[in-house]
Write a protein that binds this ligand. Structure first.
Ligand SMILES: O=C(O)[C@H]1O[C@H](OP(=O)(O)OP(=O)(O)OC[C@H]2O[C@@H](n3ccc(=O)[nH]c3=O)[C@H](O)[C@@H]2O)[C@H](O)[C@@H](O)[C@H]1O
Length: 421
């Protein structure tokens, strides 16, 4: 480094050193401005935002080879196939839906930011599965308008399956900003790009059973009130439903929201109770089971992933075209919201008993009063609307579904992958 060892020496060599330093100065200036350019103009806004989760890698998109991969992944191979952009494609539901669409001959391109909300190795594992099925996942953020516009330039997607989100009910108290960033800002950014796309795509997106919040009328029907969210997660999903209404009303976007009820299964999310209960039971660690007031039962309408995938495809297949063009509405467009549940709530204590039987290990149960952390005591879906519109009929009970999950879990983690600490 060109730092003077003494002030005297510096004084003596000042002029000659200044001239000698010019090329170095130019080099460092170019490097400095290059870094600034990269940070602020080349990377998506989310990358510099501390409200988003950290991404595994820097995003790198564009170029002939990249476009070729996108086009090839979007290639429709069946007669009535459609081309679908799946957001959150390396996520739990996103990966299963992408594979199902591709297998039936639709063109599928995924997008995912591979953040570290939970073990990114799992997302990479899902990505590898998708690659083998012929689905390319673009690494990038739904908050990046340049990337989304570019994708629509390369492929005129007929549909968007929007499954990217910051999930998890309780984590919203730890990192509220990440929910606003993904579930609100990200959704709006996506809709902005979709509204201007030619043709506008039809959009199917993930809402949540949590929008029912403190609603006590069961089973939950789409007509019930959803103005009492119990968590910020629920509030952002409810906000998404209102935002969907606005974009449908102003721009003629066809929008279908799906209220998923506690989805579980192979390749699931490690932040969900059935997943970390399995991990802790196998390790001999105690698990905490919540109970309601007066020792009341806490229960969930646990829904198996394959049933959810069928629901997603049904919603996509019955989605009508958007009606806008040139960024303007040209007629009334479809706006729908469906419950996708199992219609058979199971107490969390029963979930634990099923896991004990499947794992052949007794759980160390620690029962405690449900903290006020966003959880609700009970969920139960009325699914008659989805049944009527696209024949939605869940077929997997919790026992059967957990058996498949446990088989996957044991295989996956015994093959050398460690469950996240
Ligand atoms: O349907 C949804 O829209 C949401 O479903 C899921 O939320 P939840 O139904 O809350 O699932 P999950 O956390 O697995 O807790 C399951 C049960 O275990 C209880 N639970 C939980 C943790 C614990 O330590 N102890 C416990 O008893 C807990 O009280 C609860 O009764 C998704 O995570 C969420 O992203 C969203 O998609």
């Amino acid at each position: 480094m060109d730092i003077p060892s003494s002030p005297g020496k510096f004084k003596m060599d000042k002029r000659t050193r200044w001239h000698k330093s010019l090329p170095k100065l130019a080099f460092w200036s170019i490097l400095f401005f290059g870094v600034i350019y990269f940070l602020f103009f080349r990377t998506p806004s989310s990358f510099s935002s501390d409200t988003s989760r950290r991404s595994l890698r820097t995003y790198n998109y564009g170029g002939a080879a990249w476009e070729k991969k996108v086009r090839s992944s979007a290639k429709v191979t069946s007669k009535n196939g459609v081309s679908v952009l799946v957001t959150g494609a390396a996520g739990f539901v996103g990966s299963h839906v992408s594979i199902a669409l591709k297998r039936r001959g639709d063109g599928v391109v995924g997008i995912d930011n591979f953040n570290d909300y939970y073990d990114p190795m799992l997302k990479l594992g899902r990505q590898a599965l998708l690659e083998r099925t012929g689905v390319f996942i673009v690494e990038g953020d739904i908050n990046d308008p340049t990337l989304l516009k570019k994708l629509f330039e390369v492929v005129p997607f007929t549909h968007v399956m929007h499954l990217a989100a910051q999930a998890g009910v309780r984590y919203a108290m730890e990192n509220p900003g990440s929910y606003v960033h993904s579930n609100i800002a990200g959704f709006v950014n996506l809709l902005e790009v979709c509204k201007s796309a030619e043709p506008q795509p039809a959009i199917v997106w993930a809402s949540s059973s949590s929008v029912y919040g403190l609603n006590s009328k069961v089973p939950f029907s789409e007509k019930d009130r959803t103005d009492q969210p119990a968590s910020l997660y629920a509030a952002t999903k409810k906000a998404g439903e209102e935002i969907a209404h606005t974009y449908n009303h102003i721009y003629g976007l066809s929008l279908t929201g799906l209220r998923f009820f506690t989805v579980y299964g192979p390749w699931g999310r490690p932040d969900m109770a059935y997943f970390f209960f399995t991990k802790d039971i196998l390790r001999g660690k105690s698990i905490t089971i919540f109970e309601g007031p007066n020792h009341g039962t806490v229960a969930r309408d646990f829904t198996y992933i394959d049933d959810i995938v069928r629901g997603c495809l049904g919603a996509l297949d019955t989605a009508e075209k958007s009606t806008g063009s040139g960024g303007k509405k040209r007629g009334t467009a479809q706006l729908r919201v469906f419950n996708l549940g199992n219609t058979s709530p199971v107490p969390v204590t029963d979930l634990v008993s099923i896991l004990e039987r499947l794992l052949k290990v007794k759980a160390k149960r620690n029962v405690m009063k449900m903290p006020r952390n966003g959880d609700v005591q009970f969920t139960h879906a009325n699914i008659s609307y989805a049944k009527k519109e696209f024949g939605y009929k869940p077929t997997t009970d919790l026992q059967t579904g957990l058996k498949k999950f446990v088989r996957w879990y044991v295989n996956y983690y015994s093959a050398g992958k460690k469950a996240d600490e």
